[in-house]
Design a binder for this molecule. Structure first.
Ligand code: 7TS
Length: 406
């Protein structure tokens, strides 16, 4: 079993004199960065800072080599057929928008349907609302149950010959629920629909095999898996990338430009206009190496076990209600709750006084709030540097809050 205290010592932020007492439980928003990521960024800027794909000089070539080696590393990490399937973006949000602009606007027409779920993060919802408005397609929602799982009992009603795209979250950022995406992908393919998976939360702790899943698109962010902010990935099948038009345009994504027209670079470069986030991509490579060295299965096992402990302890707090995480549900790492009738922002502020960082709000999942008839929750989200002592501190502070408020 992974030792979180040993892992924690690899994260410089926790040794900062202001943070030695910090319990960081907002990992679904963004994760902390290990020493190897911070050093890799420093190394790039100190030793070989140069633009990529252009400089015929030593440091330019070194920067390009490092940048492109991360593309290869990511292809291996998610078991993509080739590095050509890997497009670098700014994050999950941009990856999804890329598909909404370059694929959906070209392929959808009035009468077509896009199928999403009620537990999507807004970034896997609003781009489809806009695409639907502009193409005349209709957006439909797979409902969620009171237990915080997808209600797939009526899936044939939602998935039919009109469905052209299914866009679903692999793991919910508010309920922690892991969805049965393989089953949905296979059923969607049976009716000829393409499938996009929002993997922003799932990929941070669990192993992924896009080839086996057979998804058409998979989107994720580097910063939620210990990488820098400003970098993310869109995985897409090669045939789709070949057919799609560019999203952003400008330098680097062209093959030729005349006064009249331009032609496009090969994939994936066709989708990477302008100077990319070079340092961030290189830093993400170090984060993935850190995950591989730690072992993704060990990470998953540790987080799942710590989540179970946290749920049991939280359930002992008077007046605390957890959303989702039913006994039969496949859910982990993210725990949303409310504490009696105390406003979630007040709870978060009380916790902050004990140097415990959680998030309070709607977590960009307003349809889930509607489902439970609430406006917000408190959310504790766990990662590999969280310890059983962190959970004790959280529970103790919540107990103190409820005692004080009542
Ligand atoms: N999809 C899911 C499931 C997410 O959790 C998030 C971010 C996104 C997409 C968007 O990712 P971004 O990197 O492009 O911003 N989720 C959260 C969260 O839960 N709290 O802050 C951001």
């Amino acid at each position: 079993m992974l030792d979180p205290n040993k892992i924690k010592s690899r994260f410089p932020i926790f040794s900062d004199s202001e943070n030695t007492d910090l319990v960081f439980l907002d990992n679904a928003s963004t994760t902390q960065k290990p020493d190897v990521v911070v050093e890799k960024l420093n190394d790039f800027y100190s030793r070989y800072n140069a633009n990529v794909h252009r400089g015929i000089y030593r440091i330019g070539e070194l920067a390009t080599m490092e940048y492109e080696s991360v593309r290869k590393k990511i292809a291996g990490f998610i078991n993509a057929k080739s590095e050509k399937n890997i497009v670098f973006t700014k994050g999950t949000t941009e990856s999804i928008n890329l598909v909404a602009y370059s694929w959906a606007r070209k392929n959808l027409s009035p009468g077509d349907e896009i199928l999403v779920t009620e537990m999507e993060h807004h970034s896997n919802l609003v781009p489809w609302q806009l695409a639907a408005q502009q193409t005349g397609a209709t957006l439909r929602y797979i409902p969620i149950t009171e237990a915080g799982e997808l209600d797939l009992s009526d899936l044939e009603k939602y998935l039919n010959s009109k469905t052209k795209l299914v866009a679903i979250v692999h793991q919910s950022n508010i309920l922690g629920t892991i969805n049965p995406v393989k089953k949905i992908i296979d059923l969607a393919h049976n009716v000829g629909a393409k499938v996009l998976i929002d993997g922003a939360q799932y990929i941070t702790h669990a192993s992924l095999n896009v080839d086996e899943l057979d998804c058409d698109f998979y989107a994720f962010s580097g910063h939620k898996m210990m990488g820098p902010t400003g970098v993310g990935v869109l995985y897409a099948k090669q045939v789709l990338l070949e057919e799609m038009d560019p999203f952003l345009s400008g330098g680097d994504m062209i093959l030729s430009v005349s006064m009249e027209k331009s032609t496009w670079n090969d994939i994936p470069y066709k989708f990477e206009a302008g100077t990319p986030n070079i340092a961030q991509v290189i830093g993400l490579g170090a984060a993935i190496q850190f995950i591989e060295d730690t072992g993704i299965d060990k990470i998953d096992e540790f987080i799942t076990s710590l989540t179970k402990t946290a749920i049991t302890k939280l359930q002992s707090v008077r007046g605390l209600r957890i959303y989702g995480h039913g006994p039969s549900s496949d859910s982990t790492s993210v725990i949303s709750f409310n504490l009696a009738d105390i406003h979630p922002h007040d709870v978060a502020q009380f916790l902050d006084m004990d140097n415990i960082a959680v998030r309070a709000g709607h977590h960009c999942t307003q349809p889930v709030m509607l489902k439970y008839n609430i406006s917000s929750t408190v959310r504790a989200s766990l990662y590999i540097y969280n310890t059983p002592q962190d959970i004790e501190r959280l529970v103790g502070s919540l107990q103190k809050t409820i005692n004080f408020m009542s």
